[in-house]
Design a protein around this ligand. Structure first.
Ligand code: NAD
Length: 353
C-alpha cells in the first residue's frame, strides 16, 4: 500500500532540488509517472555512470542545472516554475568529502537551505515545503536507543553538522515567517542510510560493492562493525511524498520527522556486505580498517514513532528484500537491460505492496 496518493500529484507543480542525484532521480521518476509538473534544480550529475541520464526523465520535466548557492539563479528558476510543493534535497552529502572541504559543505548545505527558504518566503503559491536532512543531525551519544525528534541537533563532522544547521535554519524560518494559518506548511525529514539500485557515489558501501562485483574483486570494508539504519531508497522517497502531500492537505501535519527502518533492519556494515555477497554470488568481503580514517559514528539508530503514529506509516521492505532489489537492479543494468523499466517495476512493486 502506498502511503501517499500518486493521483494527488497529478497536475501539481513541484519544485525539487537535487533532482540529478540518487534520491532525486528516483523521486523524479515517481512524480513524472504520477503526472506532476516537475521542475528540478541541481548541479549536473557528478558520477560516471549516473542514474539521472539512465532514468530517461530529462525530457519529461524542466531540468535546470544551477548552483543552490546562487540565489538569483535559483530564484529565477523557482519563480518560473511557480510551485505549490517544494522538496529540498540538494546537498553535499558525503561525510568524508565534508572533511576535505568543510567550507563548500557548509556553504551548500546551510546557505543552500537559506536560499531555497528565501524563495519559498517570497512566493505566493507554495503550500508545502519539505527539507530533506539526515539521521546524522543528532548529537551522537553512541547509545543503543533510537534518536527522537526532540533530541539535541549537533552532528559531529562537517556534513552532519551542516545538516543540523540546515534543520535550525528551517526551524527559524518556520517560527519567523511561516506561523500564520495561510503560510506554507514546513517540515523536515531525517532519514537513515539509503541504499538501492543506481547509487554510484564514492565512499558509500553499496556502490563500493557494485564496483567490486563488476570487476569480480573482493569488497573492502572499512568499518564492518558500524551499525546504521539502512533502508531502500523508495522508503524515504515515498515517505517524503507522503509528508509533502499530507501537510499540503492539512498544515497540522507539518513537523520534524524521523524516517528509519524497523529495529531488525539496523544491521552492521559487515552483515550488509555479506548479504550482498550471498545474493550476488562468487564474491567475498575483506575487512581492512584505515587507522587514519576520520571520525564516523559507530552506532546510529532512529526512532520513527512520530511518523508511524501520525500517518500510520511503516517501512515496506525489510533488509533482505531491499538487498534482493539492489542485486536485481544491478544485474539488469550489467546485462544491458532497461533501467527505466526496472525502476518502474520496483516502484510499482513498492507502491502496491
Ligand atoms: N544517501 C543517503 O544515505 C542519505 C541519507 C540521509 C539523507 N540524505 C540526504 O538526501 C539528499 C539527497 O542525497 P543523495 O543520496 O541523493 O545524494 P546525491 O549526491 O546523489 O545527490 C545530491 C544532489 O544535490 C545536488 N547538489 C549538490 N551540490 C549542489 C549545489 N551546490 N547546487 C545545486 N545542487 C547541488 C546534486 O547535483 C545532486 O542532484 C541530501 O540532502 C542528503 O543529505 C541522503
Amino acid at each position: 500500500m502506498a502511503f501517499f496518493d500518486p493521483e494527488f500529484y497529478r497536475g501539481k507543480k513541484v519544485f525539487l532540488t537535487g533532482h540529478t542525484g540518487f534520491k532525486g532521480t528516483w523521486m523524479s521518476r515517481i512524480l513524472i509517472g504520477a503526472g506532476a509538473v516537475l521542475t528540478g534544480y541541481s548541479l549536473a550529475p557528478a558520477t560516471d555512470p549516473d542514474l539521472f541520464s539512465m532514468a530517461d526523465i530529462e525530457d519529461k520535466m524542466t531540468s535546470v542545472i544551477g548552483d543552490i548557492r546562487d540565489l538569483s539563479s535559483l530564484k529565477a528558476a523557482f519563480d518560473k516554475a511557480d510551485p505549490e510543493i517544494v522538496i529540498h534535497m540538494a546537498a553535499q552529502p558525503i561525510v568524508r568529502d565534508s572533511y576535505k572541504d568543510p567550507v563548500y559543505t557548509y556553504d551548500t548545505n546551510v546557505m543552500g537551505t537559506v536560499n531555497i527558504l528565501e524563495c519559498v518566503r517570497l512566493s505566493k503559491n507554495v503550500k508545502s515545503f519539505l527539507n530533506v536532512t539526515t539521521d546524522k543531525v543528532y548529537k551522537n551519544n553512541e547509545w543503543e536507543w533510537g534518536y527522537r525528534e526532540d533530541e539535541p541537533l549537533d552532528g559531529f563532522d562537517p556534513y552532519s553538522n551542516s545538516k543540523s544547521c540546515s534543520e535550525l535554519v528551517t526551524h527559524s524560518y518556520k517560527a519567523s515567517f511561516f506561523s500564520s494559518e495561510d503560510a506554507p506548511a514546513i517540515s523536515t525529514a531525517r532519514a537513515g542510510n539509503v541504499i538501492g539500485g543506481g547509487d554510484f557515489a564514492n565512499d558509500r558501501i553499496i556502490p563500493d560493492c557494485v564496483r567490486a562485483a563488476r570487476k569480480g574483486e573482493d569488497i573492502i570494508v572499512r568499518n564492518p562493525y558500524s551499525t546504521r539504519p539502512y533502508q531502500h531508497v523508495l522508503e524515504p522517497v515515498c515517505a517524503y511524498l507522503m509528508i509533502a502531500q499530507r501537510q499540503y492537505e492539512d498544515r497540522k501535519y507539518a513537523s520534524w520527522y524521523n524516517v528509519g527502518p524497523d529495529d531488525c533492519d539496523n544491521v552492521t556494515t559487515g552483515d550488509l556486505v555479506d548479504m550482498f555477497c550471498g545474493k550476488w554470488g562468487g564474491i567475498k568481503r575483506v575487512d581492512r580498517s584505515d587507522p587514519n580514517a576520520p571520525h564516523e559514528a559507530s552506532f546510529l539508530k532512529l526512532d520513527s514513532s512520530r511518523l508511524k503514529k501520525t500517518f500510520g506509516w511503516a517501512p515496506t521492505w525489510h533488509i533482505d528484500t531491499t538487498m534482493s532489489k539492489i542485486v536485481e537492479w544491478n544485474k539488469v543494468w550489467f546485462s544491458g537491460g532497461s533501467v527505466p523499466e526496472i525502476m518502474d517495476r520496483q516502484i510499482k512493486e513498492f507502491i502496491t505492496r
